[in-house]
Design a protein around this ligand. Structure first.
Ligand SMILES: [Zn+2]
Length: 229
């Protein structure tokens, strides 16, 4: 999954405070924090611009970021694998997932249930500004795990459908508490990725027409929000 969130480390606290004042609480999806990608009828209940500063990065999150980015705490491979293991444990209660390293992977990759591959890009650019998205990326891969167990989605020919549903999940995912916020640009990137998959995959656009309309409406809404970077 591609990273579309720009680094924002140099932004001042003042701009954050201003952004908070301009925003209202985050939106929710179908009244549930964890909507499943295997429930394609999910709709976004309401659209609101999210606050940038309310869901602050707490000390537990900062520890994972520090462990991942401090060169004295192991090789890039060790830090990358460990960061995904820590996120799985802390935010999803999963200790049973095998985490492997492939430096060339951008973001994370899953080829089947039970294993996530992490690459250089995921760990090298981790920061408090994109941590919520890093955590959500792990959730995205866990959505793929669920899909592989669903007979309607597990087929080899269903790759684009699985990715569409998982990108839609990412676009609407509610950030885990204490991890910060996913930027509007990042969410728009997930929406565009999901829409592109619909357009290029025969039959998919017809099957998910309602979801497509919902994503387009959501994108139009996000475009009107105050910029968050
Ligand atoms: Zn995916």
């Amino acid at each position: 999954m591609a990273e579309v969130n720009p680094e924002g480390d140099k932004k001042s606290e003042g701009r954050q405070a201003q952004a908070v004042a301009e925003r209202r609480p985050e939106y929710n999806v179908s009244g549930k924090g964890d909507s499943s990608a295997t429930q394609p009828v999910d709709r976004f209940e309401r659209f609101v611009c999210k606050p940038l500063g309310e869901n602050t990065v707490d000390s537990r999150a900062q520890k994972i970021i520090d462990d991942a980015t401090d060169k004295s705490k192991g090789s890039l491979e060790q830090r990358g694998v460990r960061s995904v293991q820590q996120i799985l444990d802390q935010y999803y209660g999963r200790k049973d997932v095998k985490v492997e390293w492939d430096p060339k992977v951008v973001g994370l990759r899953t080829d089947g249930p039970g294993k996530i591959t992490v690459g250089e890009e995921y760990v090298k650019r981790m920061s408090r500004w994109n941590f919520a998205d890093r955590v959500t990326s792990v959730g995205h891969e866990l959505e793929h795990f669920k899909q592989y167990k669903d007979p309607n989605l597990s087929g080899k020919d269903k790759g684009n459908e699985r990715e569409f549903l998982a990108k839609k999940w990412s676009a609407s995912a509610v950030e885990k508490p204490g991890t910060g916020f996913i930027s509007i640009r990042t969410r728009v990137g997930y929406i565009d990725g999901a829409l592109a998959l619909l357009e290029k995959t025969p039959g998919l656009e017809e099957k998910y027409r309602a979801q497509k309309e919902e994503l387009i409406k959501y994108r139009e809404f996000l475009e009107k929000c105050p910029p968050d970077h």
